[in-house]
Design a protein around this ligand. Structure first.
Ligand code: PBG
Length: 322
């Protein structure tokens, strides 16, 4: 036999030496949910081992993660219904607890990299990512609102903006808004190919942010489409995005692969709530082995081409690999 692939698998040393893809905690970003208040750590029933934290406990959580080498975080606010309105104005109010927490974390832990969420849904009484009028999601009228969020977050000290809204033209709009106001150093991680996915269910439970009427199919992408992801990526690339994101990750590995092959930018992938919860649930039942399945999931996303992986597994991975 001329070729025997098993020769390269015969010992741990050899297997390690020829390993093609390596995953590090440095590739991971940990999503965290923020609530207003003090000493709050609320369980999220559909996302075992994930919590809503108040600022004080979130600071502790971030510090714990940083000691294990996990240094990047994406923050999502869980906003009380009484603060929501049709125009999502709370998102840029001076009193906004999310903005204050960004400032507090950057002050206490300046080495942490913080990524924001930019979309109207946490603040909107309609629960949509854009402005709603007569049942329609308005595009161009949404951009100035997103611009206000961007500016408020930049002023609060955010490192990277994360527009997750899927409005057309938002990357150029936000880049311009940042630049003319002197925030040229703030990056943009664009949710470039964000699909209208059923895998976001547990996240919407965590934030109580599900749309009040209709669905998100007029702005998030059809799960059947791949060329459209390339088209979205071409726009974001041309408009000045610093990262292109695919979301969800596990069910969209082919999209991650295509973007990685096509664009000279770091590719991010969001291993979303539903992808997390289904693994957790199967492991709780004893049907899958968490310590083995979880790194395999993350490795598959890395192998597909993701440079950066946003994942609720990040903390467990950091502790396992430390
Ligand atoms: C909303 C937003 C969503 C997620 C991140 N930002 C949900 C949605 O689009 O409805 C989902 C993240 C997850 O499921 O883990 N702008």
């Amino acid at each position: 036999m001329l070729s025997r692939p098993r020769r390269n698998r015969q010992s741990a040393a050899i297997r390690d030496m020829v390993q093609e893809t390596r995953l590090s905690v440095k590739n991971l970003v940990y999503p965290l949910f923020l609530v207003d208040g003090k000493k709050i750590k609320n369980k999220i029933p559909s996302m075992p081992d994930c919590y809503q934290f108040s600022q004080d406990l979130m600071l502790k959580e971030i510090e714990t993660c940083m000691k294990k080498g996990l240094t990047s975080f994406v923050l999502f606010p869980a906003v009380e219904d009484s603060l929501k309105d049709a125009k999502g104005t709370y998102g840029y109010k001076k009193s906004n607890f999310y903005l204050k927490t960004i400032t507090a974390i950057k002050k206490e832990l300046p080495e942490a990299c913080l990524i924001s969420d930019i979309a109207m849904d946490p603040y909107s009484s309609d629960g949509h990512d854009g402005l709603v009028k007569a049942g329609k999601i308005l595009n161009d009228e949404t951009l100035p609102i997103l611009g206000k969020y961007a500016l408020a977050q930049a002023e609060a000290g955010i490192d990277i903006l994360g527009p997750s809204d899927m409005m057309d033209g938002r990357i150029a709009y936000l880049r311009e808004e940042l630049d003319v106001n002197g925030h040229t150093e703030v990056g943009i991680m664009s949710y470039t190919a964000k699909y209208a996915s059923a895998f976001y269910g547990p996240f919407r439970d965590a934030l109580d942010s599900a749309p009040k009427a209709g669905d998100k199919k007029t702005y998030q992408m059809n799960p059947a489409n791949k060329l459209e992801a390339i088209r979205e990526a071409e726009l974001d690339y041309a408009e000045g995005a610093d990262y292109l994101m695919v979301k969800p990750a596990l069910a969209y590995l082919d999209i991650i692969h295509s973007l990685k092959e096509t664009f000279p930018l770091p590719i991010a992938a969001y291993n979303v709530s539903g992808e997390y919860s289904m693994v957790k649930a199967a492991c709780e039942k004893g049907w899958l082995e968490y310590e083995k399945v979880m790194p395999e999931v993350l490795m598959s996303i890395k192998r597909a081409g993701a440079d950066v992986i946003l994942t609720y597994f990040a903390k467990d991975y950091a502790f396992m690999s430390a």
